[in-house]
Design a protein around this ligand. Sequence first.
Ligand code: NDP
Length: 385
Amino acid sequence: MLSSLRAAAAVRPGHGREFRASPETGNLKPHARPGPNLTKCYGFQHHGPGKVAGLKHPCRLPDAGSLPSLSAMSIDRNAKIFVAGHRGMVGSAIYRELQRLGFTRLVVRTRVELELLDSAAVTQFYAAEQPEFVFIAAARVGGILANSQRPAEFIYENLQIQNHLIFGAHTAKVRKLLFLGSSCIYPKLAQQPIPESALLTGPLEPTNEWYAVAKIAGIKLCLALRRQYGDDFISSMPANLYGLNDNYDLQGSHVLPALIRKFHEAKVAGAPAVTCWGSGSPFREFLYADDLARACVFLMENYSADEIINIGCGEELTIKALAETVQRIVGYSGQIVWDTTKPDGTPRKLLDVSRLFALGWRPQVNMESGLRLAYADFLKNPGCR
Ligand code: NDP
């Protein structure tokens, strides 16, 4: 089957209406689904050697009461699927994954073709296209700087985009919808690893509360439609992401793409040192965007429940270890200087992924390979986005 997939022509996500797409060649191996019994520490199904120092993965068993409900449904490869935000990092990864799996009727729109802030346009779009499945990967997204400089746009635009897409999907009788939130919806001082039950149990991290409040409203809208109308709308919360087609604009980017760009530019300029914010001691979890995409399609086919579900790799590393790894992969030989006058943020942010792993899903791309792929992609168009 894989050879026929490889032989098939690839269709890139881009402009236009409905795509009759053939599966794209993928370097990633199809992963085995080990089934719902989780009896070991979890970790990656690594491809190749993983050389990242300082990775930790906690050992945890889900208790029987917390096991999520399975709703196995193999989606017809001819079903009409709308990927909102297909030109972003996550949306393009979901699009690639759907192509790879052989879905033939993928519907996408650029922002010029469909402004998601325009309620009437979204309603009209749904009425015309009538997709059966919807992945919502469109949002106003950014790091701490962007969030703190533009709080009004972060809360307003995200509420508008998701309201139009989610309620529009209800009106258009979409069969199933997946809404993507973020790990920042959880309280700043949530227990670690963060279980889904931590939602709304404490104050949010102030720097991104605007974005988080909007995302929480999206989760609740999906739940309300589920409760009142029986809509099969689910919400999942990814860890920090990185991958192809990331945002490397230092004004708006997250920590990992910002590090790639900073080390690359320092290498090119022959700069003696790169300054990084904080002490480097906080722990963070990072998931490769194509792994997230696989998880999203997996959940669309296998998960149906009121509860939100976390998506992560179950491993964490310090920002210092991350910076040193990016430095090595980029090939920068200067010094790293830690500016400890800058805030560290929360000391640890690791999602509890035991519910997702209990369903049998596992990530496939380790940090070393993922970073190499992301840097190679950055090099194709440095400074893009
Ligand atoms: P990107 O910024 O890469 O992509 C966002 C997409 O949304 C873009 O395609 C953008 O279009 C589209 N979009 C934004 N506003 C509008 C609008 N008004 N009308 C039409 N399209 C619009 O974000 P990511 O891919 O990183 O994130 C996608 C989702 O994943 C978000 O919900 C985010 O919360 C979630 N997520 C991301 C994480 C990360 O680390 N990146 C971590 C956890 C969750 P255009 O290309 O025209 O700008």
